[in-house]
Design a protein around this ligand. Structure first.
Ligand code: ATR
Length: 292
C-alpha cells in the first residue's frame, strides 16, 4: 500500500491530508494509497527522508515549511522548476532514489483565471522575496500550463482535461527589504520596483504573510484599497477562511480574486498526479480544503 505524506514542522494545521485523502477516495484509490502528516524537526529531516526513500513503503512526500530547501538539497535529481526556484515541495521515491519537484509554480499558473491565458508580456506584480515569491516569479516569468478547461458535459471519462497555456508575464517584484527584492528579481527573471502603480498590472500576487499577523495590509504593502482596477486579477497566497483584507478590497473594486486555498488545491493536484499518474478531481479537493 503506497504511502504519501506531508512533512513539515509544525504540520498539525496542514489541510493537505484531508484534501489528498478526498482526492484519493474520488479516484477510487482510497484502499490502495494513504496520505498522512509527519512532523519532523529540521535536525531530523534528512535522516527521516532518507529512511522513507529506501524503506519502500512511501511513494513520495509533500514538503512544507521549513524543509523545502533541505528537500531539494538532498535529492538525487531535480526538475527545472525545483532547481530554478531553489526549493522542492514534492519528493518522489523510486528504487531508493529521491527526485525533487516544485508544484507551487505550476499550481500558481493553474489557479489563474482563463482571462490571463492570452497575450504575451502582460505585467504581473509579485509582492515579497521569500520562498513563495521565488516560485511565483519563476512561474510567471516563464509561463506554462494553466488551468484545465472546464468541459460542460462534453468530455468523455478517459479524455484528459484540455490544458490551456499561460504565456510568460513581464514580472515586477516589490519587497519590504529592497535589496532582497532586487537580488531575487535579477536571479529569476523579474525587475525590482519600489513604488508600483497597481493599475499597471494584469495580475498582482501577494506572497508575503501580511494579512495573517494583524498588521494593516495597506500600510505594509505598496497598495491602497482604491488602487485596484476592474478585470485585473489579485491573488493572495495567505490562506484564511474569510477573504483577506487585500482580496476584499480587490473584489470591491471589480477585480477577480484567487485565494491561497485555490493554490493549495492546484499544487496538491499536480503532486498527486506525479505520484499516481491519475488526474485528481479538483472539485473534490476544493470541497475538502474549504471544509477544514
Ligand atoms: P516564504 O518562504 O513563505 O515566502 P519568507 O522567506 O520568510 O517566507 O519571506 C517572507 C516575505 O514576506 C519576505 O518578502 C518579507 O519581506 P522582507 O524580505 O523584507 O523580510 C515579507 N514580509 C513579512 N512580513 C512583512 C510585513 N509585515 N510587511 C511587508 N513584508 C513582509
Amino acid at each position: 500500500m503506497p504511502g504519501l505524506a506531508v512533512i513539515g514542522h509544525p504540520v498539525a494545521h496542514s489541510r493537505s491530508p484531508d484534501m489528498q485523502t478526498a482526492a484519493l477516495a474520488e479516484l477510487g484509490l482510497a484502499g490502495e494509497w494513504t496520505y498522512g502528516a509527519l512532523d519532523v524537526a529540521p535536525e531530523d529531516f534528512e535522516a527521516t527522508v532518507a529512511e522513507l526513500a529506501v524503506a519502500g513503503e512511501y511513494a513520495g512526500v509533500n514538503i512544507t515549511v521549513p524543509h523545502k530547501e533541505a528537500a531539494l538539497a538532498m535529492a538525487d535529481s531535480a526538475s527545472d522548476a525545483a532547481s530554478a526556484i531553489g526549493a522542492a515541495n514534492t519528493l518522489i521515491f523510486s528504487d531508493g532514489q529521491i527526485a525533487a519537484d516544485n508544484t507551487d509554480a505550476g499550481g500558481l499558473l493553474r489557479s489563474l483565471p482563463a482571462t490571463l491565458a492570452v497575450g504575451e508580456g502582460r505585467r504581473a506584480l509579485v509582492l515579497g522575496a521569500g520562498g513563495a515569491a521565488r516560485a511565483a516569479i519563476w512561474a510567471l516569468a516563464n509561463g506554462g500550463e494553466g488551468r484545465a478547461e472546464d468541459h460542460e458535459g462534453g468530455r468523455g471519462e478517459d479524455e484528459p482535461p484540455e490544458q490551456v497555456h499561460v504565456p510568460a508575464f513581464t514580472v515586477d517584484v516589490w519587497n519590504r527589504t529592497q535589496e532582497r527584492g532586487a537580488a531575487v528579481a535579477a536571479e529569476l527573471g523579474g525587475r525590482a520596483v519600489t513604488a508600483p502603480d497597481a493599475a499597471d498590472y494584469a495580475l498582482i500576487v501577494n506572497t508575503t504573510a501580511v494579512g495573517l499577523g494583524g498588521e494593516d495590509t495597506f500600510e505594509a504593502l505598496p497598495l491602497s484599497p482604491d488602487s485596484f482596477v476592474p478585470g485585473q486579477v489579485v491573488l493572495d497566497m495567505v490562506y484564511t477562511d474569510e477573504p483577506s483584507a487585500l482580496l476584499a478590497a480587490a473584489e470591491a473594486a471589480g477585480a477577480l480574486t484567487v485565494d491561497g486555498l485555490e493554490m493549495l488545491v492546484q499544487q496538491g493536484a499536480l503532486s498527486l498526479r506525479i505520484w499516481t499518474g491519475e488526474e485528481p478531481s479538483i472539485e473534490a479537493m476544493r470541497t475538502a480544503v474549504r471544509r477544514g
